[in-house]
Design a protein around this ligand. Structure first.
Ligand SMILES: C[S@@+](CC[C@H](N)C(=O)[O-])C[C@H]1O[C@@H](n2cnc3c(N)ncnc32)[C@H](O)[C@@H]1O
Length: 561
């Protein structure tokens, strides 16, 4: 609807009254070509059509900087709300190989009108922050649970599918040979390929627009020589990428006023990426996520500006969501003024593990929690990341339901420490202090897969017990109001309805809706839109309950519009 133009912005379409908040990118030509300013404006524009053309009158009712938006916004927003953003995500995922390189979505206008970061949060700088976690966001006022704290676009993003690193190309035995022969680094010490690609992308962006460095990236951790010196050096394994990086740095050094900064950028930017990037996934909590209706193809990693100042906590009071590259941060509980606001840098279902295990997954420059020793010798010998990852889950789902159920039983025994994998001696291992050999989320994921398998076989009653156990796990071990809880409550509600327990079904449905509304807003309509792919899953055979309820679809019984 609105189009950027140099020096001004105006509605593109004629013959229509426009009355909506809009975002403009104003290029202020009066201060020379380099000088730009951005602001979001609530603008009421009225257009009058005349026979010979049209005249436009517009007036800004309020203007303010919008710091959680990217450094430069180049186009007017063309998306109203989260629903439209989700439609875009669907289109993007369905387009297969036809889509542009990354999902560069606009921040919906709905979020341009929210009170901004400056009104809710204060950035404490390291000198003020006694706990030596560096800079950090603090609540400026009491914030109720569900407050949307920030909506942001990344400065750069690379997609998971761009990771064509050697490991995936070479068969396993060849990788081992190559590692041995050339004395290559341990896999764990290697810089992820996506980080290197992001580095190249950002260097390119800085070349085109040096202010990205001076006004945005240079503010991120690590900032001082002291901080830099305590971090492991960044080593680029790939000669080709290394050469491209060198060439980019030289090109930056040749730019006016950038000569002195090129060296600093070459040292800091790789580490800024390593310690600030966030994974970006669209509705990854949904059961349908890995399937054809999911958004796996939109996933990647990105570097955001203001969200980079959130520190990590194993009891985070804020959660992130993303659609395409648009990311929101929301308070998952009420937060008192003056409290530090933290997110989790690791998956929420790993937060219930011991500090030893959390740190194995976290792999950062700080230790999370007071204890980083293994809670027991068994924990040290056990896996250092969850075993039942998406590959294992996909493999299980490809089996026929009976074969799958027996494989799940076998894995459950190993996960709980009751049985060792074939070939390993039972006596060598036992259970860990918390009763599991693997991660607790392994047991949870197997439980969910088992429930899905039982549903498919018509054993809905047994499945319902498992869905309820899954809800229990989420409620007890995840941060409050977690999105994963919504997903299992939805299935518990369907299952309860299928076995004819309407009260239980409605109780689970309501709890799912309430958590969803708190995190994402938008009531039932948004709940049904955001959960649409999961609501369409055909996990269980039809039952008589629907007939008793006048044949209404289960979703209309549980979440009537
Ligand atoms: C994404 S940045 C967060 C903002 C950062 N504190 C700053 O000064 O800009 C991540 C870095 O913050 C620090 N950090 C984050 N969470 C921490 C925690 N719980 N304890 C200690 N340091 C932490 C670590 O140095 C980490 O590499």
């Amino acid at each position: 609807m609105l189009e950027e133009e140099y020096g001004y912005a105006m509605p593109k379409k004629t013959g229509e009254n426009v009355c909506r908040p809009a975002i403009f990118h104003i290029v202020d030509t009066s201060y020379g070509a380099e000088s730009t300013s951005e602001f979001s404006a609530r603008c009421f524009a009225l257009s009058f059509v005349f026979p010979e053309g049209y005249a436009v009158f517009w007036t800004c009712l309020a203007t303010r900087t919008h710091p959680s938006l990217p450094h430069r916004i180049t186009a007017a927003s063309s998306c109203d709300n989260m629903e439209e953003l989700l439609d875009k995500a669907d289109q993007w995922a369905r387009a297969g190989g036809e889509q542009p390189e990354r999902p560069d979505f606009n921040v919906p206008e709905e979020y341009l009108a929210i009170p901004t970061t400056e009104q809710y949060l204060t950035l404490h700088h390291s000198s003020e922050n006694e706990n030596s976690k560096g800079n950090s966001w603090f609540a400026q006022r009491d914030l109720p649970a569900g407050t949307l704290l920030m909506v942001a676009k990344p400065v750069g993003m690379v997609m998971d599918w761009q990771d064509d690193s050697v490991e995936e190309i070479l068969p396993e035995n060849e990788q081992d040979d190559e590692d041995d022969e050339e004395g290559m680094m341990d896999d764990d010490d290697k810089e992820p390929r996506l980080n290197e690609l992001l580095l190249l992308q950002l260097l390119d962006t800085i070349q085109k627009e040096p202010s990205i460095w001076t006004e945005c990236l240079c503010t991120l951790f690590p900032r001082t020589q002291q901080e830099l010196s305590r971090l492991p050096a960044w080593v680029c394994e790939d000669d080709d990428i290394f050469c491209q990086i060198e060439a980019s740095i030289q090109a930056i050094g040749a730019l006016p006023q950038m000569g002195d900064l090129a060296k600093e950028i070459s040292k800091r930017l790789p580490l800024i990426i390593r310690y600030n990037i966030l994974s970006i996934e669209t509705c990854p909590e949904l059961l349908s996520y890995p399937g054809p209706e999911g958004h796996v193809s939109l996933s990647g990693v990105g570097l955001y500006h203001l969200p980079s100042f959130f520190n990590h906590s194993s009891t985070p009071n804020a959660s992130r969501w993303a659609i395409g590259d648009v990311m929101g941060v929301v308070a998952n509980q009420s937060i008192k003024a003056g409290t530090e606001i933290c997110i989790s840098y690791i998956e929420h279902d790993v937060l219930c593990e011991s500090a030893f295990r959390r740190n194995q997954v976290l792999r950062m420059d700080f230790v999370d929690g007071p204890v980083s020793e293994p809670a027991s010798p068994f924990e040290e010998e056990g896996p250092d990341v969850p075993v039942v990852d998406s590959d294992v889950q996909n493999e299980l789902m490809e089996m026929d339901p009976f074969e799958r159920l027996s494989a799940i039983e076998e894995l459950l025994q190993q996960a709980t420490g009751a049985k060792r994998p074939e070939g390993e001696q039972d006596s060598a291992m036992g259970t860990t202090a918390n009763g599991t050999s693997w991660f607790q989320c392994d047991v949870q994921n197997l439980r969910i897969l088992k429930a899905i398998s039982l549903e498919g076989l018509g054993q809905t009653k047994e499945a319902l017990t498992l869905w309820e156990e899954s809800v229990d796990f989420c409620e007890k071990t995840l941060p409050p109001n977690d999105e994963n809880t919504i997903v299992v409550r939805v299935q518990a509600a369907f299952s309860a309805l299928a076995v004819g327990n309407l009260d239980k079904a409605r109780e689970q449905a309501l709890a799912a809706l309430q958590t969803h509304a708190l995190l994402f807003g938008g009531g039932v309509a948004r709940f049904r839109r955001r959960m649409a792919a999961d609501l369409r899953l055909k996990l269980r055979p039809e039952t008589g309950t629907r007939t008793e309820l006048n044949g209404a679809p289960a979703v209309d019984i549980l979440w009537p519009l």
